[in-house]
Ligand binder design. Structure first.
Ligand SMILES: *Cc1c(COP(=O)(O)O)cnc(C)c1O
Length: 382
């Protein structure tokens, strides 16, 4: 079938994510912060990182916030702090970024995959209990695309079985679940400041959050080689420090986080209105936002059959899209040793075939959104 490329839907290609538009809006603040660090020549940890940790606490709802070098390191450090190692099992969803399961495997523990709820793309608590064994130490729910996982159900099961809950909140800074922020809902919260995340630095960065003073102390030790006093090592840790330059840039951007997350939510509402206007809501599934949750739309991810056809049609119309994630982790070569097979995680496998993430960022314009939806309408109506 030859799909119509509607006149109005064509135009110059625009980016899937435009970080330059955001930088333009805060250029002077960022450049002043960068200059301040260069003048100080204090590049690692120090006052700037401490200030970021202090200022970010209200956003993550925790008494303790510890900056580290990346979201991947945050996951690794969280598992190290609760003592995960060889012989242990940690439950993770297969429909996520690789780091969620990679952190478990790197410590010699076994990632145990539990399938997702197709409506939310998050770990399905109904499938959690059968996966728990005597070796299970922790569960890592991922707040995928900016929507909190079903934490009440997960926390109740974890408590009953004595498991730690490590939140992978890399995509969910500012998200809320039953009035509480992502990152404050489990034993330890893990955030990423990768440049494309809702709060992104000028390079890699990450954050750990907890309510537990003893765990906070252990995380602080572990992220600087297990050392409290120079050249004395209490634990075997890693070098996972945040640079002062990153902290300085992140402090500027943190002041805008709420307004940017609100702009994402407005763009999401605009997508919903446009899909309704074009009577497309029966042709595809829009992101679910449960009433108890504030979604921060790190991605606006729809589901539809003929996904690959839609994506190439959109590309012809100059409309960029991405697939997060095209291959579930249980079928990746890196995890072949775990012995999973196609069909083992049917919901994650179906999601990988049907998801399509549309352009979503605070600076996205209503005209750009209209082009996205008109181009999808052009394909669906053929
Ligand atoms: C980005 C991301 C990570 C890893 O964060 P980095 O800072 O890139 O190491 C982990 N989990 C999820 C779900 C992510 O999206």
């Amino acid at each position: 079938m030859n799909h119509r490329v509607p006149e109005a839907a064509t135009g110059p290609a625009f980016p899937f994510l435009d970080l330059r538009a955001q930088f333009a809006s805060i250029r002077d603040e960022v450049m002043a912060a960068v200059t301040r660090i260069m003048e100080s020549q204090q590049f690692v940890l120090g006052e700037e990182v401490r200030a970021l940790e202090e200022e970010i606490r209200p956003h993550v709802g925790c008494e303790f916030a510890i900056a580290c070098a990346s979201g991947s390191d945050a996951l690794l450090l969280a598992l190290m702090a609760i003592g995960v190692g060889p012989g242990d099992e940690v439950i993770v969803p297969p429909f996520t970024f690789v780091a969620t399961a990679g952190a478990v495997a790197r410590l010699g523990a076994r990632p145990v995959f539990v399938d997702i709820d197709p409506a939310t793309f998050n770990l399905d608590p109904r499938k959690l209990e059968p996966a728990i064994t005597a070796k299970t130490r922790a569960v890592i729910p991922v707040h995928l695309f900016g929507l909190a996982a079903d934490m009440d159900a997960i926390a109740a099961l974890a408590a009953r079985h004595g498991l730690a809950v490590i939140e992978d909140a890399a995509q969910a800074i500012g998200a809320v679940y039953n009035g509480r922020p992502a990152g404050s809902l489990g034993t330890i919260g893990c955030f990423s400041f990768y440049p494309t995340k809702n709060l992104g630095g000028a390079g890699d960065g990450g954050l750990l959050t907890t309510h537990d003073a003893a765990l906070a102390d252990k995380l602080r030790l572990l992220h600087v080689h297990g050392s409290r006093t120079r050249y004395q090592y209490e634990l075997v840790g890693l070098n996972s420090r945040l640079d002062a330059l990153q902290a300085a840039v992140l402090r500027v951007k943190l002041r805008h986080l709420q307004e940017w997350n609100q702009a994402r939510r407005r763009a999401a509402a605009q997508y919903r209105a446009l899909f309704a206007e074009h009577q497309l809501t029966n042709e595809l599934a829009l992101p679910l936002e449960p009433p108890a949750c504030v979604h921060v739309y790190h991605q606006f991810t729809i589901r539809l059959r003929r996904r690959d056809g839609v994506q190439s049609h959109l590309q012809q119309c100059g409309v960029p899209t991405q697939i997060y994630y095209p291959h579930p982790l249980h079928l990746q070569p890196a995890f072949a040793y775990l012995g999973y097979h196609p069909g083992d995680m049917p919901q994650s496998e179906a999601a990988a075939r049907e998801v399509l993430s549309l352009p979503m960022y605070p600076e996205l314009s209503p005209d750009q959104q209209r082009r996205v939806v008109e181009a999808i309408a052009g394909f669906v109506r053929g």
